[in-house]
Design a protein around this ligand. Structure first.
Ligand SMILES: Cc1cc2nc3c(=O)[nH]c(=O)nc-3n(C[C@H](O)[C@H](O)[C@H](O)COP(=O)(O)OP(=O)(O)OC[C@H]3O[C@@H](n4cnc5c(N)ncnc54)[C@H](O)[C@@H]3O)c2cc1C
Length: 174
């Protein structure tokens, strides 16, 4: 992993300011980001940990119901309010990953994680999402690929990430 500066802002405005600086990446639970950094897939110069920003882990019934970006999957799964109001959401959170990961993984991080596609994540492969030399190719969905996922042939890449940024400016996010 390449060296980086770790910042621990104590307020939301400070966190937003630091996160907006070039070379910065937000860290919530770190499950996804630290994996990417350890694999050398991402090397931010500055990691902005939002773990100590107060109020971001709120879960309240409302109305309207509120779930903060730092609420963990484990807390969403076990919240009596979420189970009552949004049982499908509670079940989805309960069904994700493992207990250890659910204890660390946050809602914001889950929504913003980079695609969990090995072709996208491994340095050995180029793909449409990375915008490299073979940027028109999506390995799992390419009809001719012998590594295609069963049943995925020909469809466009479905590994989206709502907060994700294209690797190159203007690269198409499918
Ligand atoms: C073994 C394993 C199994 C898994 N199984 C599942 C599964 O079954 N279902 C599933 O959905 N997921 C699964 N995951 C993915 C896991 O849920 C996510 O990696 C996790 O939710 C990320 O949350 P985090 O808080 O650790 O995010 P981080 O790693 O801290 O951040 C992830 C990304 O989101 C950005 N980010 C985080 N919070 C914010 C914010 N508030 N604002 C803006 N950007 C933000 C970060 O900059 C980073 O780019 C699995 C992961 C592993 C390792």
């Amino acid at each position: 992993m390449k060296p980086f500066i770790l910042l621990r802002p104590a307020t939301l405005s400070e966190a937003a300011r630091e996160a907006a600086r070039p070379g910065s990446e937000v860290k919530a639970g770190g499950v996804d980001l630290l994996d990417r950094m350890k694999e050398g897939f991402d090397s931010p110069q500055r990691v902005v940990s939002i773990a100590h920003v107060p109020g971001l882990d709120v879960i309240s019934a409302g109305p309207p119901a509120k779930i903060g970006a730092l609420a963990t999957l484990a807390r969403i799964a076990s919240s009596s309010d979420i189970k009552r109001l949004y049982p499908a959401l509670a079940a989805a959170a309960e069904g994700a990953a493992t207990p250890q990961i659910r204890n660390m993984a946050t809602l914001g991080g889950n929504l913003c994680q980079r695609p969990r596609c090995w072709y996208y994540r491994l340095a050995e492969f180029d793909c449409r999402k990375k915008g490299g030399p073979t940027s028109s190719l999506c390995w799992p969905t390419a009809r001719s690929s012998t590594r295609s996922r069963p049943g995925a042939g020909g469809r466009s890449c479905s590994t989206t990430s709502s907060c994700g940024r294209p690797r190159t400016p203007g690269a198409r996010m499918s």
